[in-house]
Design a protein around this ligand. Structure first.
Ligand SMILES: Nc1ncnc2c1ncn2[C@@H]1O[C@H](COP(=O)(O)OP(=O)(O)O)[C@@H](O)[C@H]1O
Ligand SMILES: [Mg+2]
Length: 397
């Protein structure tokens, strides 16, 4: 196999993973399935799916949506809120998501779209165009009548055996800062719980823990409405499963020594796993990934992470020769799980000159918001795992 005829990479950096390449998350899935079963029995549920950036919230939500449609006969709606800043925009994006989504059963998709045809301006053989003007005009009504809107959609497809709705509100960064959103969500949950005939709804919000805190700060009762499901970094078995399955798609085998490197550098973060996997896929020239292929790929992946996810100022600062020896030392003392380290452990065995450089380094990294002080005296915590990994990758290879 050469690079011209390589074909499609089985890795998906920056995209939700397709269901057949989705690995792990058994504990989280089990918990969510329990909630889904309750919904199918008519009892509404609310889940906050949390975990750091790149850990796999959107992918797990997508997987659950697929599962819920197939096994629980729910209608799945996955809304990427993105730049939405008002509850009207949340409602508009929800309607858009409903129109665009392909339900598990094509007849369901068709019925749902027909019921919303006033928001569809052109229906051709392939695809359609959403009438944003009409949606914008109705925005305030849709936002006020959010629950009735969901109810109406469900009514339309009940005949097809659909029992309820799973509504995923994802990419909530732009909206959680707005007090109105907290009230909107609490209102939605309460209105449904108190109604004579509650809509079988699994409401799932996806976001980092800080976003949930923002919401609570704006409206304290938010604290009580969600079951929290936290996604942890993957363990080694899951990572091996991931790399084996993905390379298997293109009939490539991974040698044990290479696998060790892939796992060590990915450190359980799916986002990094895909970036590294993709880089190794392009570097590799035959049907076996050997140790040196892995190292070469990891080096490219480091550059990719640096360019895409590391702040330009930090990126530049880390290129300083002065810092290189400190970075090398740093990685021997970092606790990968947090990731964090102790200042005095870092300083052990450093000369006076090196200590000065190290102080200067810590200061600079704090200014650049790469590091912050931890709870324990002398503890430094990385604010962002991707930056931490970039530093790790740069310092070791
Ligand atoms: N369980 C999984 N199996 C395989 N790949 C995954 C899994 N979860 C996430 N990924 C991949 O990791 C990357 C980040 O996932 P994403 O769901 O976007 O994270 P988040 O929403 O938490 O930021 C994506 O490239 C995605 O394809
Ligand atoms: Mg996401």
């Amino acid at each position: 196999m050469n690079s011209i005829t390589k074909g499609r990479s089985p890795f998906y950096p920056g995209q939700p993973v397709p269901p057949n390449l989705f690995v792990g998350r058994k504990t989280e899935i089990k918990r969510i399935i329990r909630a889904l079963d309750q919904v199918a029995l008519g009892k509404p549920q609310a889940i906050f799916l949390t975990g750091e950036y790149g850990i796999g919230k959107s992918s797990l939500a997508g997987f659950i949506k697929y599962y819920a449609e197939k096994e629980n006969h729910l209608l799945g709606i996955h809304v990427l809120l993105g730049d939405a800043e008002t509850t009207e925009e949340v409602a508009i994006k929800t309607v858009e998501a409903v129109i665009k989504s392909e339900a598990y059963k094509p007849t369901v998709t068709e019925k749902v779209r027909n019921s919303l045809d006033k928001y569809i301006s052109k229906q051709e053989f392939f695809g359609f165009k959403i009438n944003l003007e009409a949606l914008k005009t109705d925005g305030p009504n849709l936002s006020r009548g959010y629950l009735p809107f969901l109810r109406e959609i469900l009514e339309r497809v009940k005949g097809d055996g659909i029992k309820g709705i799973i509504l995923i509100l994802d990419e909530i960064n732009g909206i959680t800062g707005k007090p109105k959103f907290s009230h909107f969500i609490k209102g939605l949950v309460d209105e449904n719980a108190l109604s004579r005939n509650p809509l079988p709804l699994l409401l799932m919000l996806c976001g980092v823990e800080e976003r949930r805190r923002d919401m609570i700060q704006h409206h304290k009762p938010i604290e009580r409405i969600f079951d929290i499901v936290e996604i942890e970094p993957m363990d080694t078995t899951e990572m091996i499963d991931f790399f084996t399955k993905s390379f298997d798609e293109v009939s490539v085998r991974v040698e044990e020594s290479a696998m060790k490197e892939l796992c060590r550098f990915s450190a359980g973060l799916p986002k990094i796993m895909h970036i590294i996997g993709d880089a190794v896929f392009w570097v590799n020239k035959d049907d076996v990934v050997a140790g040196d292929d892995a190292i070469m790929g990891i080096r490219d992946a480091a550059e990719e992470v640096g360019k895409k996810f590391v702040d330009q100022q930090v990126y530049k600062a880390l290129r300083s020769k002065d810092y290189h020896s400190i970075l090398e030392k740093l990685w021997k003392v970092v606790d990968f799980d947090s990731p964090s380290f102790q200042k005095n452990t870092l300083e052990e065995g450093l000369s006076e000159t090196e200590k000065r450089k190290s102080n200067n380094f810590l200061q600079r990294m704090k200014e650049l918001n790469v590091l912050k002080s931890g709870d324990v005296r002398g503890e430094y915590v990385f604010t962002n795992r991707l930056t931490a990994f970039y530093m790790l990758l740069k310092s070791q290879i």
